[in-house]
Write a protein that binds this ligand. Structure first.
Ligand SMILES: Cc1ncc(COP(=O)(O)O)c(C=O)c1O
Length: 473
């Protein structure tokens, strides 16, 4: 076989014609991936510091779960949701709602976070129709946010991946944007936390007022932002204030916890976080994904509050439309087992403890690094923002692609993290001409991560930052 035959790809992802590295297995409790170069057959074993894309809550393998797959598959005939349900979807819904302190009473299980966002946009619209309020169709969200890559999801999101597709997305009029939530840059010196919160809420209210509040269907924000902006946590009172604002104007309040939720930030739901969460119960809708099935299955979903359900129950009682693989029995059965294990083994607490240790160590070990501008995040969902000047917070020249460079450096040291650019914003000139401002790396290892694993991740990140400091300053 020629090298070209060995490396030719038949999968339409990343570089179309080349396989690139291929994952051929996992090792050591699923914490390490084995990646093979198809051209040479050479293998590299790397510690996954970001569990794929903040997905694998139990790591990449878990024999306790995967050994049951054959049994669960044989017990899971396909069910078409429009005609009949299945107990696995019901059991997963009940188990998850029971962890929500009464915030939710029903769930819709989808295959991806993007699909959850699409369904949310549609169901919010139906909610208002059920109440005889057909004027509401706009969704407010934030700049520098991500809610998925399908048309509706990309429309409510913002970031470097969006501009080429703008002509085929929902209009700006349908999807007004609030400014980004970015305490590192926007919480100005001298401002108290309360003042900063009020400032954000004033900005949010202005968006309502400027866009005719009676036409707003809902607001969607990430509780803790993800890959686009690198895990900024909101100030105290912000989420409560935003929820109150939505309700003042008759709109729904939705949180997206696809990336940051279900334990990733150290609590069952991230809106429960004692430092910045809601103190007034949950949101009206919540999206989840990624960790729910630990990447063993393609599972995501939506949670609905009692108020949301009541409106449907007092109206038509039905949701309009559905998708073939909604609430799929086998994926829900696996998701239930993953979630039961997370609860049984107290893994959310482990995220809090080991994640807390990681954050503290990163702050301590990077305090003298001139290019480590900010260490932020919650639980083990952590980021370090790279800057050229710590005092002015000036970012590096986009041409240096510092985020992707850090990614590669850290990978070469045997650890996978997400290294990204576009943290502070972007300018789009053409398909191959997008300028991405600002850089960060994000971590989010498995919930089973030990302090020993954490030390390996921290060492690689810290070394890469100091190396780049030497080279770039
Ligand atoms: C906050 C958030 N919402 C939605 C999505 C979309 O999820 P998926 O990639 O499963 O479609 C993502 C994916 O990264 C995400 O981070």
């Amino acid at each position: 076989m020629t090298i070209e035959t060995k490396t030719k790809s038949y999968v339409f992802q990343k570089k179309i014609s080349e396989k690139g590295l291929i994952c051929v297995g996992a090792k050591n409790d699923g914490m390490y991936l084995v990646l093979e170069d198809p051209a040479t057959g050479e293998q590299k074993v790397v510690l996954d510091g970001v569990s794929g894309a903040a997905v694998c809550s139990l790591g990449h393998t878990d024999p306790e779960i995967t050994s049951q797959f054959s049994k669960w598959a044989s017990e899971s005939p396909y069910t078409f949701g429009a005609y009949y349900g299945n107990n696995s979807a019901e059991d997963l819904g009940e188990f998850m709602c029971n962890r929500s302190n009464g915030a939710f009473e029903s769930c819709l299980w989808t295959q991806s976070g993007s699909e959850a966002t699409e369904n949310a946009i549609k169901l919010m619209r139906q909610y208002h129709l059920e109440r005889g309020d057909g004027k509401r169709y706009k969704i407010i969200s934030r700049l520098q946010s991500y809610h998925g890559f399908t048309i509706g999801a990309l429309s409510v999101g913002d970031g470097t991946r969006k501009p080429p597709f703008k002509p085929i997305l929902l209009s700006d009029e349908q999807t007004p944007k609030m400014p980004q939530l970015y305490p590192y840059r926007d919480w100005k010196e001298g401002m108290t936390e309360e003042e900063y919160t009020n400032h954000l809420l004033e900005q949010a209210e202005k968006v309502f007022i400027d866009n005719d509040p009676s036409t707003i269907s809902g607001v969607i924000v990430e509780t803790v932002g993800g890959s686009t902006i690198g895990t900024p946590t909101p100030p105290k009172g912000y989420l409560d204030g935003l929820k109150a604002l939505c309700h003042k104007y008759g709109a729904l309040f939705m949180l997206d916890e696809v990336m940051c939720g279900l334990g990733r930030c150290g609590y069952d739901f991230t809106w429960m976080h004692p430092e910045f969460g809601l103190t007034t119960g949950g949101p009206d809708l919540l999206s989840v994904g990624k960790t729910i099935g630990s990447g063993f299955v393609t599972l995501a979903g939506l949670f609905f509050s009692p108020k949301f359900c009541k409106t449907f129950n007092e109206g038509t009682g039905y949701i309009m439309g559905g998708q073939t693989y909604h609430s799929h029995a086998f994926t829900c059965r696996v998701g239930l087992a993953v979630q039961q294990k997370i609860v049984r083994d107290n893994l959310v607490e482990n995220v809090r403890v080991v994640g807390g240790y990681m954050k503290e160590q990163l702050k301590e070990q990077l305090k003298d690094c001139k290019i480590a501008g900010d260490v932020r995040g919650a639980g083990n969902f952590l980021s370090v923002e790279a800057v050229k000047d710590k005092a002015t917070k000036e970012s590096f020249d986009p041409k240096l692609a510092v985020g992707p460079t850090l990614h590669k450096r850290i990978f070469d040291k045997g650890v996978i993290v997400m290294g990204a650019n576009g943290t502070t914003g972007y300018e789009y000139q053409g398909l191959t001409d997008v300028t991405c401002f600002g850089d960060h790396v994000t971590m989010g290892p498995a919930f089973t991560t030990t302090k020993e694993h954490a030390d390996i991740i921290i060492k690689a990140v810290v070394e890469a930052f100091y190396e780049l400091e030497k080279e770039l300053l």
